[in-house]
Design a protein around this ligand. Structure first.
Ligand code: BG6
Length: 497
């Protein structure tokens, strides 16, 4: 295991929040169960609320029981695990509190024989990042012997300008190499698999360009609504919540050139080139023609009536925030010139699914088979969620006397493999952060390039009267405009599986 040499202390800012409970404690527990942490670790939960250590350890136990891959109730050792957890009530603007935190840390480092490695996980509102970074420094927390790394949750800014300001604040304290901007989609098994499928197979890479690919479709659909996150979501919408980060990262993984080596900076160098090549929309008209925004109204989902977005908690009755976003975008480089990337994401759609479909161009139009019937295009589908796998659709002869051609499929279902218990995205990423591998974290130039494209949309939306906002009933596959986007080019959305 990797921490047996020198250990690590985790600082969880936002320790009583949802992310910590659902993702971080379960992730730390899985790493422990798999022997990746050894005994040389400590976790300090930090939040404003007062909690005794026992109460906190109890919360941690329950969140693991509810959300982890491993069953803690059958673990006789859990007490020795949860013993590594401490709690401190801390107001992020209380400088003296950070001095106390440093003392607590030093005592834990002694107790668990940790050599000063410190991982600061900021599951906090971004307005607090700068303040926390400064107080960590003035409290002496960055003076220990080992490494110091900060993991930052999104949203990383609201637009390019605010992201730059935020970055400047953090960079006053941390070096770029110490900053781990998390995008949990990059921790997903099948997203990481995109590189391998592309670069480790003779089948695909030779065809991976505008000569053979007709279009690429990326779908991130969700059944959930905004739940209790209305306040956050009102100022983010689907564009900032999903497109700026997860979706554009997926475009980058699909479109990047083979890196010179499979190493962090080389991979991120290639990804950023894609993000820089995404064409920004030049005016409001182009945004109208290429982008669809929509919001859900009341509808039926899984046999239940669910309310309209405007009736959700902390949402304005006249809100124009989009809960659905779809776009046609172009990557302006040699490989992709002319190939549309279609992306869509929405809440309250009929299914939870994350998929990428590569639609290939038809072979020279049916020299042989035109008289028989029309051919379906070849498809290569990456299934990210809920099933993990790869699906290929191609044409073959229909068995029997009549000369018919039919599409057939080869379906590799990875998540169907018996006994496969895929690590959660957060587990992988937390592990990567402690071993100093930043490959699947976003570098500043990637974030900035992504914002440039997103800003070209949001600027035009904010100067519009809102009449371009479409509506869709909860439980349906988005607004009508979603289809029109592809029909204009003679394409259609391939249904998700
Ligand atoms: C988060 C968004 O980043 O991703 C949420 O803020 C969204 O709104 C979530 O629900 C989806 O993640 P996953 O892993 O469930 O697809």
């Amino acid at each position: 295991n990797l921490t047996s040499q020198s250990g690590v202390t985790f600082f969880i800012f936002g320790a009583t929040g949802d992310l910590a409970k659902r993702k971080l404690y379960p992730a730390i527990y899985s790493l422990f169960r798999e022997g990746k942490l050894s005994e040389r670790f400590a976790v300090i939960g930090l939040a404003r609320r007062h909690r005794s250590i026992e109460e906190f350890q109890n919360d941690v136990y329950h969140s693991i029981q509810e959300f982890a891959r491993y069953d803690i109730s059958k673990d006789d050792n859990w007490k020795s695990f949860v013993n590594h957890f401490e709690y401190m009530s801390l107001n992020t603007n209380d400088k003296n509190g950070f001095d106390d935190l440093n003392q607590l840390t030093e005592s834990l480092e002694q107790r668990f024989n940790i050599k000063g490695n410190r991982l600061f996980y900021l599951a906090l509102a971004p307005q607090l990042f700068g303040q926390v970074a400064n107080n960590l420094r003035s409290g002496g927390l960055l003076q220990s012997a080992g490494w110091h790394r900060v993991v930052i949750e999104k949203p990383f800014g609201y637009d390019l300008k605010s992201a730059e300001d935020l970055n400047t604040q953090i960079r006053e304290v941390f070096e770029e190499e110490e900053i781990y901007r998390i995008d949990h989609y990059l921790g997903k098994e099948m997203i990481q698999n995109i590189e391998v499928i592309r670069f480790a197979n003779a089948f695909f890479e030779p065809l991976w360009n505008n000569k053979y690919i007709a279009n690429i479709q990326i779908t991130l659909s969700e059944t959930v609504g905004v739940g209790d996150r209305g306040g956050y979501y009102e100022s983010s919408g689907a564009l900032r919540d999903m497109a700026q980060n997860h979706m554009l990262q997926m475009v980058a993984m699909m479109a990047m050139e083979p890196p010179s080596r499979m190493e962090s900076e080389d991979i991120r160098d290639e990804k950023v080139k894609v993000l820089r090549s995404i064409r920004s929309y030049k005016d409001a008209q182009e945004v109208k023609d290429s982008v669809v925004r929509a919001q859900y109204t009341e509808g039926t989902l899984n046999n239940k009536i669910v309310k309209a977005y405007r009736d959700e908690d902390s949402v304005s009755k006249t809100s124009n925030t989009e809960t659905f976003f779809a776009a046609e975008l172009y990557v302006d480089n040699f490989r992709w010139a002319g190939v549309p990337f279609y992306v869509r994401t929405g809440k309250r759609l009929p299914a939870k699914a994350t998929e990428v479909v590569v639609e290939f161009k038809n072979i020279p139009e049916n020299v042989y088979f035109a008289k028989t019937n029309s051919l379906e295009p070849n498809l290569l589908v990456f299934r990210v969620n809920p099933q993990e796998g790869i699906y290929i659709k191609f044409n073959a002869k229909k068995p029997g006397g009549e000369s018919m051609i039919i599409p057939v499929a080869m379906d590799f279902c990875q998540s169907c493999e018996v006994g496969l218990n895929t690590p959660e995205a957060y587990e992988r990423l937390v592990f990567d952060a402690i071993r100093g591998d930043s490959t699947y974290f976003t570098r500043w130039d990637e974030v900035a390039s992504a914002w440039k494209y997103i800003d070209s949309i949001s600027e035009s939306w904010s100067s519009s009267d809102g009449s371009d906002l479409q509506h869709y009933e909860a439980g349906t596959w988005g607004p009508k405009g979603m289809k029109d986007l592809l029909e204009k080019k003679g394409f259609k959305w391939w249904p998700v599986h």
